[in-house]
Design a protein around this ligand. Structure first.
Ligand SMILES: NC(=O)c1ccc[n+]([C@@H]2O[C@H](COP(=O)([O-])OP(=O)(O)OC[C@H]3O[C@@H](n4cnc5c(N)ncnc54)[C@H](O)[C@@H]3O)[C@@H](O)[C@H]2O)c1
Length: 258
């Protein structure tokens, strides 16, 4: 299947680690030039190297995505370097604590909401002119099954992720007439290179028994990998998904079915 992605440009938020990093690499492997967005120079430059090794050009733009000025500067840098932006993947998320609302420190609430929602809104606002002018664009938002189901131990995160689902439908309706699609991907617990040691230490994921316990709620009896999420992002970014918009797609081994 020809995805027709070669020569396109993507901005990927949260791509100095985890799922965003793998999305960036897999887009690069399809010939997409990638703008790595994050706050850590060393990790950002490492991912730039990985994308170049995968076959495309890449730059790192150090950006706090909760700052509109920084987001606008990143979009400008992307257009200056590559001439256009075709794809946004919004994968950034603030670290979260697993606890009920009554125990969750109030000073962690703002960043969960701001990184998720303001990050998405700032990028979509900043990209509106360029994507509308080119009459095409792909916006892919990484939400979570927690945003579809709610999770008693992740209340603020669940709310922020649920809001992203609504936001993406709003973007899809607003920007559809300009040929821009917007879809949400919802992972459940997903193995990333960075989180693997924690999954092994905290949940015994390195043993058969630990794996069985951790995966029993998943019909496919396995955890998703960052690559599974990135595969869906690459498909949604491609010409093959041109008639898909406003959709919320779980990539979670059947954890949610709706
Ligand atoms: N890994 C999972 O199990 C899982 C499950 C469901 C949903 N998700 C979602 O997938 C996405 C990626 O998750 P991940 O596991 O790769 O996490 P991750 O922590 O590795 O990646 C998130 C990235 O966002 C960056 N970030 C945070 N605040 C930022 C800011 N203000 N400006 C710029 N960058 C900022 C972090 O530095 C980090 O690099 C997130 O949206 C997460 O909610 C992950």
């Amino acid at each position: 299947m020809d995805l027709n992605l070669k020569g396109k440009t993507a901005i990927v938020t949260g791509s100095t680690s985890g799922i965003g990093r793998v999305c960036a690499r897999q887009l690069a492997a399809e010939g997409v030039n990638v703008v790595i967005v994050g706050r850590n120079d060393e990790r950002g430059n490492k991912v730039v190297g990985e994308c170049k090794a995968a076959g495309a050009d890449a730059i790192f733009c150090k950006t706090d995505i909760t700052d509109l000025g920084e987001v606008e500067a990143t979009v400008k840098a992307a257009v200056d370097k590559f001439g256009k932006v075709d794809i946004l993947v919004h994968s950034a998320a603030a670290p979260f604590l697993i606890m009920k609302l009554k125990d969750l420190p109030v000073d962690t609430w703002d960043s969960a909401i701001k990184v998720a929602q303001y990050g998405a809104m700032y990028f979509v606002k900043a990209l509106n002119e360029t994507m509308t002018a080119q009459r095409s664009g792909r916006i892919i938002i990484i939400s979570s099954d927690a945003g579809r189901m709610g999770d008693a131990y992740q209340p603020v995160y669940s709310g922020a992720k649920g809001a992203l689902i609504a936001l993406s439908k709003s973007f899809a309706q607003d920007l559809g007439p300009a040929g821009i699609t917007c879809n949400c991907i919802c992972p459940a617990l997903t193995v990333t290179e960075e989180d693997l040691p924690m999954l092994i230490d905290k949940y015994g994921y390195g043993t058969d028994e630990g794996k069985k316990k951790l995966t029993r709620v998943y019909p496919l009896r396995k955890l998703g990998m960052a690559e599974d999420v990135a595969d869906m992002a690459v498909f949604l970014a491609s010409d093959r998904a041109g008639h898909v918009t406003g959709q919320t797609i779980s990539v979670s081994g059947g954890f949610t079915m709706m």
